[in-house]
Design a protein around this ligand. Structure first.
Ligand code: SAH
Ligand code: SF4
Ligand code: F3S
Length: 431
């Protein structure tokens, strides 16, 4: 039996897809390899959202030259978003690749691998990008107590910088009954936390998204429900009320802002203004006062002036996010902004990123400090990498907590008294 290793880049969607593929492969008679070195088949589930992600990917593939020379039968597949975006070009760039398979064609992977093993010829399968996935997913899960559940695929928003709509296709929502069936099955198997995934969960079409949360909230056994990502143009007070009222839905909202300048938001095609976002954040904070709010920023978008960037800093100070992911703008053809002049110099982008991180770190610390002395519920994720007697977990507000404990607590909900708050971590003691 051939052994498969999947190396995953990119977002939660890709993590879920890797699981989906591993499930299919196991059901088709393949086995999971423990490492790249002892695999017969290596799949790279790729991300194209920034150039840097692609460069790392092709670097990783090139590193396999020696292994491939030693193992003549080794099959290397490029799957996911970069596969869809590069298609034929990927084979020219990276001759070690045996097949290229886009996100829509992933259910075909077992047969693609078999075709490569039989014919040893390069294959490209990227034609099903707009198709609906099979509604029932394989049962395989990489983890035992928390799981991602896809509620839909694709995106229709076409933010001008973003490649996702081109590689993931048109938005398709999964039927609510299939989502609920999957969540019930996970609950029966002992899963405690589920995260609902979509590029824009608030535009879910099966029923209203708040209604979907309500239905999942009723499932016995599930203790925590998370979701991502929300788009500010579609997030509503109805959603915030669902966070407030549904006991299992965690008090955390990830709401990407991208920029605080109306001019840049318009160029980004985000379809909201800084004022509208601020209002939305205020409504959320009023309805869910103990809740956290996190965001994404892009610095150095084409034409972003010092003034525009200052608007971003000013809005950050007003909203006071718990944390933020910050990115340097990267042109991604065929996304529309790749045709705009990438006018902000590299050093300037770096300086802006640094200023953003500094401010965010200060605000994160201020947002975390009130947790000192409080007792918070933590779902234990695992053992701290640096120090084996320490465990790590997450609060309902999605903050990382480190505390001393037995590794048998992994997967359990425990109460931790927070003793010390830093910008990116809370330290405490189990009670
Ligand atoms: N659907 C989600 C995820 C998009 S990708 C959403 O709308 O939030 C995650 C983040 O990557 C985005 O929020 C954005 O901040 C960043 N990003 C996307 N394209 C980018 C680009 N071309 N350059 C830099 N950052 C980018
Ligand atoms: Fe990209 Fe915008 Fe869609 Fe998010 S909402 S995936 S940023 S196009
Ligand atoms: Fe996700 Fe990257 Fe694709 S962010 S959707 S894996 S381009």
């Amino acid at each position: 039996m051939k052994k498969v290793f999947i190396k995953t880049f990119g977002c939660q969607m890709n993590i879920r897809d890797s699981e989906f593929m591993m499930g299919h492969l196991l059901e088709s008679g393949f086995r999971a390899a423990k490492s790249i070195q002892n695999a017969d088949i290596i799949l790279f589930n790729s991300c194209s959202v920034r150039k840097h992600a692609e460069d790392r990917l092709f670097g990783n593939i090139a590193d396999l030259r020696k292994l491939k020379a030693k193992k003549r039968d080794l099959v290397i597949g490029l799957i996911g978003c970069t596969a869809q975006s590069h298609k034929q070009k990927a084979l020219e760039n990276a001759p070690l690749i045996d097949f290229v398979c886009g996100p829509g064609n992933e259910a075909d992977i077992p047969s693609l691998i078999n075709a490569v093993l039989l014919g040893r010829c390069a294959i490209i399968a990227t034609d099903k990008v707009d198709e609906k996935r099979p509604e029932l997913f394989p049962k395989y899960r990489a983890e035992k107590f928390k799981a991602h559940v896809s509620i839909g695929e694709g995106c229709n928003n076409f933010c001008s910088y973003c490649i996702v709509p081109y590689v993931r296709g048109k938005e398709r929502s999964r039927d609510a009954k299939d989502i609920i069936r999957e969540a019930r099955d996970l609950a029966e198997r002992g899963f405690k936390e589920i995260t609902l995934l979509g590029q824009n969960v608030n535009s879910y079409k099966g029923c209203s998204f708040a209604k979907l949360l309500e239905k999942i909230n009723k499932i016995d056994g599930i203790e925590r429900i998370r979701f991502m990502t929300s788009h500010p143009k579609d997030a509503t007070p109805e959603l915030f009320k669902a966070i407030r009222d549904l006991d299992k839905v965690c008090e955390h909202l990830h709401l990407p802002l991208q920029s605080g300048s109306d001019r840049i938001l318009k160029l980004m095609n985000r379809r909201y203004t800084a004022k509208k976002y601020l209002k939305l954040a205020e409504i959320y904070k009023k309805l869910v006062p103990e809740g956290s709010i996190t965001t994404d920023f892009i610095v150095g978008f084409p034409g972003e002036t010092k003034r525009d960037f200052q608007d971003t800093l000013d809005l950050m100070k007003k909203i006071r996010f718990d944390s933020a992911f910050t990115f340097k703008y990267s042109p991604r053809p065929p996304a529309r902004s790749a045709r705009f002049k990438d006018s902000v110099k590299k050093e300037e982008k770096e300086d802006r990123l640094k200023a953003l991180l500094e401010l965010q770190s200060k605000i994160s610390l201020e947002r975390n400090k009130p947790a000192e002395g409080k007792i918070l519920e933590v779902l234990v994720d695992g053992v701290n990498k640096k120090d084996a007697v320490m465990l790590t977990g997450r609060t309902r507000t999605n903050k990382v907590v480190v505390f001393e404990g037995d590794k048998r607590l992994v997967g359990k909900l425990v109460n931790v008294r927070i003793e010390y708050a830093a910008p990116y971590v809370l330290k405490g003691r189990k009670i």
